[in-house]
Write a protein that binds this ligand. Structure first.
Ligand SMILES: [Zn+2]
Ligand SMILES: [Zn+2]
Ligand SMILES: [Zn+2]
Length: 127
């Protein structure tokens, strides 16, 4: 850390993630923080936090963008290549950090992003 300026919007957004172990969708963040910051600010801060290796983003169901906290990532290098699990009942999304995804090496292709979204029922809905 250190590069990022701890403005009010940065601190508020980081707090949202520190208070929850699950991922949060951009739409939810905007709804929660709408009274304090405008959409553009939220998008900009999220992008910045991702660049700085504090958050990572991925696409969930219906192409919605989600963000979650990073572990051991740094600016320019995200080391969290893991699948995400989305509950098809309650919509909750978790990082499956203990599972490594082997990214295939494809001749004549340079892989930049690889995403795996697993869908099913979470522990609360699977009863
Ligand atoms: Zn990361
Ligand atoms: Zn669920
Ligand atoms: Zn994740």
């Amino acid at each position: 850390m250190g590069i990022i300026r701890k403005t009010k919007s940065v601190v508020t957004l980081l707090n949202e993630f520190n208070n929850s172990s699950s991922a949060i969708s951009v739409i939810t963040l905007i709804e929660r923080l709408r009274s304090e910051f405008n959409k553009t600010t939220i998008y900009r801060v999220l992008e910045k936090l991702e660049e700085d290796g504090l958050l990572h983003s991925f696409l969930g169901k219906n192409g919605l963008k989600w963000y979650a906290k990073c572990n051991d990532c740094s600016a320019n290098k995200h080391s969290d290549v893991h699948p995400h699990f989305q509950c098809s009942d309650c919509g909750k999304v978790d990082c499956l950090e203990t599972f490594n995804v082997a990214i295939p090496i494809i001749p004549n292709r340079k892989i930049e992003v690889s995403q795996l979204l697993i869908q099913g029922k979470c522990e609360e809905c699977f009863v």
